[in-house]
Design a protein around this ligand. Structure first.
Ligand SMILES: [Zn+2]
Length: 299
């Protein structure tokens, strides 16, 4: 399945699509990571042949050669592409819909721990496509939610958990960390040195759009979402609802969704385990009218 107007491969999309997977990792832009990057930069500047070796020896998933401002810049560039190729629901025409979605985002920002709360935009955009039950978030905090997902969710907890998961991908900078790993150090450092002409920037953005997250990043985003929900007053295990919901659907629908949302059973188990370790409520309220309320806000 492809998105109209996107290049092939883009549908694999993003970054942040709720549950893609691939390799392995642990998190955090630690000082160890920063010093590893600095070492690589000085090797690059000195023109040393050892740079390839240093790159091979580094654990690329641990490091991010992009700066915070690069995340913001890449997010902006990608946003321009999305705004010009996708059918976007106009925020001015549908203020109640946007208020609802932005208020969930703001609850997390106000009550949970973010590394880049003030650095990134944390702006929600709704893409009008009922056939896609998904959401994603680019570097810099640009959050995109498909109408297909908004029509699918039954509860606010379910929706909030997905938004939280996507925000975690951006806050933990999974996009540029995964790009660091995939693109190779020379290209990245060329970009950082300001040598990114339109060709290189397009290449980086293209890679961003076709990026698949590692399994470890998905686990990390699930765990962060549990914490955000807990801190913002939602049941911490709200995230399992989305996966339970998928499992309730008929086989054809499930097969379609599971290609981009794999391992629901494992994720339900992990989310419940993480939530049980939190000291907040796991009691789901599930007001049945939320689906009706939310879909009434859509065109
Ligand atoms: Zn994800």
């Amino acid at each position: 399945m492809f998105l109209k107007g996107f290049k092939p491969g883009v549908y694999k999309l993003f970054l942040c699509m709720y549950l893609l997977q691939a390799c392995s990792a642990t998190d955090s832009a630690s000082s160890a990571s920063e010093s590893a990057v600095e070492d690589l930069k000085s090797l690059w500047k000195s023109g040393s042949q050892k740079i390839e070796q240093a790159w091979d020896n580094a654990d690329p998933i641990q490091i991010n050669t992009f700066r915070i401002e690069d995340d913001i810049r890449l997010g902006k560039t990608t946003d321009l592409q999305i705004q010009s190729t996708q059918k976007i629901i106009d925020a001015k025409q549908y203020p109640k819909l946007y208020n609802e979605l932005q208020s969930i985002t703001n609850q997390f920002l106000d009550h949970a721990d973010f590394d880049h709360k003030l650095d990134f935009l944390w702006n929600v955009t709704v893409i009008d496509d009922d056939s896609i039950v998904n959401a994603f978030c680019t570097p810099g905090g640009y959050i995109y939610i498909y109408t297909g997902l908004l029509r699918f969710v039954e509860s606010k907890e379910e929706l909030a958990s997905i938004i939280g998961h996507e925000m975690a991908h951006a806050d933990k900078r999974h996009g540029t960390r995964q790009l660091t790993k995939q693109m190779g150090i020379q290209l990245i450092l060329q970009f950082l040195a300001g040598d990114a002409g339109p060709g290189l920037l397009a290449e980086i953005t293209g890679n961003l759009l076709s990026l698949r997250y590692s399994r470890a990043y998905e686990r990390e985003a699930d765990a962060a979402s549990v914490a955000y929900l807990c801190n913002a007053g939602y049941p911490a295990n709200g995230g399992m609802l989305f996966f339970k919901h998928i499992l309730k659907k008929d086989k054809a629908f499930r097969m379609q969704l599971l290609s981009t949302h794999p391992n629901p059973e494992e994720r339900i188990k992990n989310i419940n385990q993480l939530a049980s370790q939190k000291s907040c409520s796991n009691k789901l309220k599930l007001p049945p009218q939320y689906h009706t309320y939310l879909t009434a806000l859509l065109p």
